[in-house]
Design a protein around this ligand. Sequence first.
Ligand SMILES: Nc1nc2c(ncn2[C@@H]2O[C@H](COP(=O)(O)OP(=O)(O)OP(=O)(O)O)[C@@H](O)[C@H]2O)c(=O)[nH]1
Ligand SMILES: [Mg+2]
Length: 459
Amino acid sequence: MSYFDDTIAAIATPVGEGGIGIIRLSGKDAIAIADTIFTSGGSKKLMDRPSHTLTYGFIADPVRGGKVDEVLATVMRAPRTYTREDVVEINCHGGILPLRKVLGLVLACGARMAEPGEFTKRAFLNGRIDLSQAEAVMDVIKARSDRAEQLALAQLEGKLSKRITALQDRITTLCANVEAQIDFPDDELETFNKGEVLDTMRGISAELAQLSAGYEAGRFFRDGAATAIVGKPNVGKSSLLNALLEKDRAIVTEMPGTTRDVVEDMLNISGLPLRIMDTAGIRETHDLAESEGIKRSLRALEGADIVIAVLDSSKPFDKADEDLLQAIAHKKAIVLINKCDVRSPDFVLPEGQTKVVEASARTGAGIKELKDMIYNVCISSVVHLDAETSLVTNIRHKHSLDLASLALAEAADSIEHSIPLEIGAMYLREALDHIGAITGVVTTDDILNKIFSEFCVGK
Ligand SMILES: Nc1nc2c(ncn2[C@@H]2O[C@H](COP(=O)(O)OP(=O)(O)OP(=O)(O)O)[C@@H](O)[C@H]2O)c(=O)[nH]1
Ligand SMILES: [Mg+2]
């Protein structure tokens, strides 16, 4: 049974010209509405066609007559459909004009224009997928690397939901345990052993925290890690960008102050997408354009997830290099000792730097080591990463995990300090609510509207 009684429609393919374009209808009248505008060679009605079959025919204007487009119509009957409702997909010729005309007819015949994400929202509300799976649909569409797509697909298949539901079940059992102890305090309940209960609570709290810790790596895979290359003028930042990208992206000259603006490109390291930025060399200057460029460098440095600080080893390490190391001390950063092909014996890096790579942007030596180090710095929080790993990639999920982990820790503390068990039970129920928000067991219209409004129309 569907949650809705109206039928929605939208153009499901991107705007622009293509081989085909698809109009998608979903709802209890989807097939009847399609039948009012669809004619096949014979007198075949879509209503009489078996589910999950394709029918060749034409779309015609039922009022004014006249063929609008030659199409293939797919009939898919509930419940084995994307939304769990009756769905019809009309494959039109892929220009925007036929698509708009067909959509116009469908709307005139009683369908309502779908809102962004409304098909997926129906899949969720009709119980086919949970909320984290619905959110994964958008991540699959927007994935920028194989690895990001793999993670989103794992989430769509419910791997994250399974892990979360297992934790949820364990908390529910705990909660029942504690509540039984409240209701029957005098009975010697075999299930309530304070030490064991505390261990279980802390164990689950730690597991939730660990899932949450994977978020940063998950976010990098999903959105790309912003990586800024910074340093003094002429140390080889633009050369390094070009070496990493294996193309002549940025201008390189022997003149200090060559790069004036931030030059950005995408780089993929073993499936990890990076937004890599070459910046203007940082120094005192009276040149207006250069000083604006330097301001942008500093902004890029602050905003970056990862910083590559480039030093020129053909010259002695100086005060400006020292200032740079100071400026990146609070960031995830790698120190790159460049120009190692012409390294001077007077270049001495101060002690205490841990992530250091020696390289030559000119010869390409050390570039692979740099890439490996960037990858490791990005996913350091994830011990083990394979196809089965489900990483949290969504900030909403991370927040809920953190809150649930905190509530469990509070529950454990209160029970440890012999505070009335009612308080512990309250924290446990709070933890359950936070977990439930991830899969959508506990949610509000506001949250749903916000999540689905970020989708594209037709999905
Ligand atoms: N020998 C040697 N020369 C290098 C190396 N990397 C860069 N250079 C040279 O150093 C000079 C400056 O290189 P750029 O890449 O323009 O330096 P930059 O840091 O981007 O300079 P600005 O944009 O002015 O801040 C050029 O002449 C490069 O060919 C290297 O690894 N070895
Ligand atoms: Mg440059």
